[in-house]
Structures are given as structure tokens and as C-alpha cells.
Design a protein around this ligand. Structure first.
Ligand code: AMP
Ligand code: MG
Length: 522
């Protein structure tokens, strides 16, 4: 049986690259990619795949059992038409310019179009490339499983994201110092096949601007618009207006993505500009995490523990800062800088508007006037004071009896009995003020509730759930991974056999590595 894919690989066809296939780490001036044949692995085994993604790519379950596909998804063989390449990009890491980075452990296999939609396929962890900077180009099972699961979970939550097709064990071991404490250990290796319409990052443009490669910068802008934003080519005649619309749309998509993160309680953890997608997709799932008890200061990333640059509550501001870096990189290609400024203002406006719409929906308000805004702020303040679980709180709120509001309805969301008792009075006052804002009409109320349930997930990939699935998988048991995959496909729908997956974080997971603390080691 043949696979339904025809590769056209526009990125490598249209843009200059280094075709030497030299995998030694190096600077690669004047090119946008370098040929990078994957390094074979000893014992590839398909551990999991996303049915939804496979379907979208036109793959039947039978196609997934073809040996040639497994070989391709493990980097052992290429399918006809695939060209393996690593992309060159730079980036600002933790606020500082870091120079050339690039796909150090990602190898793109090519671009396919399925039913009019273009997809770029790439393997994460398939061996070194010119951009590995001395590292091994591999990925461990724990981080691969986290990325594989979370990207698909985000997709089903309605958050713009890159996707995952497959998770393959390599059969080889990888040496990692997980806690950066001088105790490296061997861990099982794995490879995720990631999929997105484009993996171009802000850093692609930044490296060209930083190195003064002006012609290439112009070329990449035009390529990105033509391939990734074809609607702008139709809507605008060539020239400045089209570029202005392009930057504005990038800002808009980024704003919508971050508003979604805030809605579902997702913390990216490493919002460096090399991890920012030109399509406003959540990209590079590393030490990410989910908010359990509501805390805007929380970050899962131990590498960022001191500064907390990428903490939950700061993500909207950081995205703006990152867009500012992109604007600076693009400046030389815009005669009118006002267009870039207008794009950045558009980010702020779209973020505010989207965040407001989500807030209204999450709380079940009819609008967000001064009174509701005050209620919202008071709720968030109370939630952070009394350790209240964000996900459980919003679902419980929809269960409230507006005739007789009781704090007990919210009780499952509290982490501490004593805090519950201590803050009971403040919450009761809040609930009474809250129900006073709700409509009396039962039909209107029911409508608001339905909207609440569509914006407040029940099931998110809580950090400890991912960790439990990892520990089981490392012991050869994939049932937890499969169960999470299944339940997270319908995150807004009550699933009777999955109550445990909607429970709050158990106490043992509060400080455990992998559950609340993650490093960049992956
Ligand atoms: P990240 O922090 O995962 O976004 O990675 C930052 C940069 O380091 C990217 O250019 C990655 O490709 C590269 N990188 C991270 N881990 C490895 C690895 N094990 N081997 C090669 N490159 C890596
Ligand atoms: Mg990255």
C-alpha cells in the first residue's frame, strides 16, 4: 500500500541551503537550511500515534502499521520525496540575544498537501544537525511523551498549536543530567513526529537581521507570506501594505494564542523568540506546565526560578516583547516603521478584546462592565490567597445554585481545609455578589452556563498526570498514556470513567520533579 503523500518541499526548493549534509556544528551564513540526514536508531517501536492527526494527514490505521512508515518516523529511512533538513534561526533567550541556534535536534522531512492543507513534517530527536552546537540531537522518552500528549491536548482544547503524529521509542539510551545537579543518567530515547503548516519562528528573521543578510531577509519575508499567508497575497497588491498586513496578522494570531493559554491555565515555560511561531501556534513543548492552584507567579521551569521571566501572569507581556524583537528584525524591510508600531498596538488591542471575551465566557457573565470586572479581580485575588484550583473552580462555578449560592459548591477546588475555613466568609460575600449579576431568566442562564462549559475545560494535562504516564511508560506500561490521550480528546465533556483525571493535584506532587518542577534538560 502506498502512502497518500506527495512532497513538494517548498522551503528547500525556494530558499538557499547548505547541501553538504555535513552534520558538524557550525555557523551557516547566507543559507536558511542545511541538509541533515537523520541518524538511524537501533530498535524503533511505535509507542503511540494521534488518530486525529493521522486522519487529517490521510493515513488509515493500516498505513500506520506499514514498516516503511515506522522506519520514516524513527529516522531510519526516508520515504520517496522526503528531503531531510534542519532550519537556521537565532533567538533571544531569557531576554538576551543568543546568536545562531537552529534546529539542533529537529529534522524536517518535507512538506505535503492533504485536502488543500499544507503540512510540514518533522522529527524531534532524530540526531545531530549543523545546529546541534555540540549536543547529541536526541530527545528522551519523558520529554517526548510530554510534547506528544500536550500538543494534541491543546488542539482538542481549541488552542492554536503544532500537532503530533507519532511517538517512537528509539531503542537507544540518551545521557541526561535531568536536574542539572551533576548526576547524569541514561534514559530511554524517543522521537516525536511533529506536524504544522509552518515551523518558521521569529528567530528565523532575527538571525538574518543580526548578521546583516538583507537580501535573504527580504526573500524569507516574501516566502513566508506566499506560503504561510496566501490569503494576504490575494488581498493585497505586492509591497508595503501586504507586509504591514502580514506583521499585523502575526501580532493578532500571537495575541489570540496567548489569550487561550491564559484561559486554560497553560504556562509555556520558555517563551524565547526562537520558540515563537510565525503562525501564532504554541511551539516547542519543553518545561511547560498547567496551573493547579491559581498563581500568576508560577512557572514550572526551574531554569527560570530566580527571575520568573516566563511566569503564568507575565505571558501576555512577554509575547509583546517578543513581537518587538521581530519588529526590530523586520525594520530594514519596512520604509514606514509606523506599520510595525501599528502591528504591536494591534497585538495589545486583540489580546485585551480576546481576553475579555474569554473572561466573560469563563465566569458566565453577560458582559464585562465595571461591576463584573471588579468581581473578576476579586475572584482571582481570592483564588490566589486561598490556594484554589483554577480548572476546578470554573467548572464548579457553573454548578452553583443561583437561588442559594453555597461556598461548599467550590470546596473541591480548595487545596487546604484550613484555608477553606479561613476564607469562607469572603467567598460567601463574593458568591452573593456574583449571583446578583446573573440573569433571572432560566433560558438566559442556561445559555450562559453552556458557554461557561465550552470555555472551561474539565480535563487538562496536569503536570502530575503526565509524570505518572511517563513513569509507567518507562516501565513498559503505556495504558496511562493511552487513557490520557483518549480522555483529553474531549476536554470539555464529562466522562464518567475519568473522574480521577479531573481531580486536583495530590499532595505528593506538590514539589516533585516532573510534577511542579521541570528543567530544560530533555
Ligand atoms: P529549546 O530550549 O528546547 O527550545 O532549545 C534551544 C536550542 O537548543 C534549539 O536550537 C534546540 O534545537 C537546541 N537543542 C536543545 N536540546 C538539544 C540537543 N539534545 N541536541 C541538539 N540541540 C539541542
Ligand atoms: Mg526551542
Amino acid at each position: 500500500m502506498s502512502l497518500p503523500w506527495t512532497f513538494d518541499n517548498r522551503y528547500v526548493q525556494a530558499l538557499p541551503g547548505d547541501r553538504s549534509a555535513d552534520l558538524r556544528s557550525r555557523q551557516t551564513p547566507e543559507v536558511l537550511w542545511s541538509l541533515a540526514p537523520p541518524t538511524p536508531v537501533s530498535g524503533p517501536r511505535l509507542l503511540a500515534w494521534s488518530e486525529a492527526m493521522a486522519r487529517t494527514l490521510g493515513l488509515s490505521p493500516e498505513a500506520l502499521s506499514q514498516p516503511a512508515l515506522l522506519q520514516a518516523l524513527s529516522g531510519n529511512e526516508l520515504l520517496p520525496g522526503m528531503i531531510p533538513y534542519a532550519m537556521r534561526y537565532g533567538g533571544h533567550q531569557f531576554g538576551n540575544w543568543a546568536g545562531q541556534l537552529g534546529d539542533g535536534r529537529v529534522i524536517n522531512l518535507g512538506e505535503v498537501s492533504v485536502q488543500g492543507q499544507r503540512w510540514e513534517l518533522q522529527l524531534k530527536g532524530a540526531g545531530p544537525t549543523a545546529y546541534s552546537r555540540g549536543a547529541d540531537g536526541r530527545a528522551v522518552l519523558r520529554s517526548s511523551l510530554r510534547e506528544f500528549l500536550c500538543a494534541e491536548a491543546m488542539f482538542h482544547l481549541g488552542v492554536p498549536t503544532t500537532r503530533s503524529l507519532s511517538l517512537v521509542a528509539t531503542g537507544d539510551e540518551v545521557l541526561r543530567d535531568m536536574l542539572y545537579d551533576g548526576n547524569p543518567a541514561y534514559e530511554p530515547g524517543a522521537i516525536v513526529c511533529r506536524v504544522a503548516p509552518s515551523f518558521i519562528r521569529f528567530g528565523h528573521f532575527e538571525i538574518l537581521a543580526a548578521r546583516g543578510e538583507a537580501t535573504l531577509l527580504e526573500q524569507l519575508i516574501d516566502f513566508c507570506i506566499a506560503r504561510d499567508y496566501p490569503e494576504l497575497v490575494e488581498a493585497f497588491p505586492e509591497g508595503e501594505d501586504r507586509r504591514a498586513a502580514w506583521f499585523k496578522t502575526i501580532c493578532e494570531r500571537t495575541a489570540i494564542m496567548v489569550a487561550h493559554w491564559m484561559r486554560v491555565g497553560f504556562v509555556h515555560g520558555v517563551m524565547n523568540t526562537d520558540n515563537m511561531s510565525i503562525l501564532g501556534l504554541t511551539l516547542d513543548y519543553g518545561p511547560y506546565g498547567w496551573i493547579d492552584n491559581f498563581d500568576p507567579r508560577w512557572t514550572p521551569n526551574t531554569t527560570d526560578r530566580a527571575q520568573r521571566r516566563y511566569r503564568f501572569g507575565r505571558q501576555p507581556e512577554i509575547a509583546y516583547w517578543n513581537l518587538g524583537c521581530l519588529a526590530t528584525a523586520l525594520e530594514s524591510c519596512f520604509s514606514d516603521r509606523e506599520a510595525l508600531k501599528a502591528g504591536l498596538s494591534h497585538y495589545a488591542a486583540v489580546f485585551a478584546e480576546t481576553q475579555q471575551a474569554f473572561t466573560v465566557a469563563k465566569f458566565g457573565f453577560a458582559a464585562l462592565d465595571a461591576c463584573e470586572a471588579e468581581l473578576m479581580e476579586r475572584a482571582y485575588r481570592l483564588m490566589s490567597q486561598a490556594e484554589v484550583d483554577m480548572t476546578l473552580f470554573f467548572r464548579a462555578l457553573a454548578d452553583l445554585d443561583p437561588q442559594q449560592p453555597e461556598v461548599a459548591t467550590l470546596r473541591p477546588a480548595f487545596y487546604s481545609e484550613s484555608e477553606y475555613a479561613q476564607h469562607h466568609g469572603a467567598w460567601l460575600r463574593w458568591l452573593n455578589d456574583y449571583v446578583a449579576q446573573l440573569p433571572q431568566d432560566p433560558a438566559a442562564l442556561a445559555q450562559l452556563r453552556t458557554r461557561m462549559q465550552a470555555h472551561n475545560p474539565i480535563y487538562v494535562l496536569r503536570n502530575y498526570l503526565a509524570q505518572e504516564a511517563i513513569e509507567a511508560a518507562e516501565a513498559g506500561d503505556f495504558s496511562k498514556l493511552q487513557r490520557l490521550q483518549r480522555v483529553l480528546q474531549q476536554p470539555y465533556t464529562v466522562q464518567p470513567d475519568a473522574a480521577d483525571l479531573a481531580a486536583k493535584r495530590p499532595d505528593w506532587a506538590r514539589q516533585k520533579p516532573g510534577c511542579s518542577m521541570l528543567s530544560c534538560s530533555s
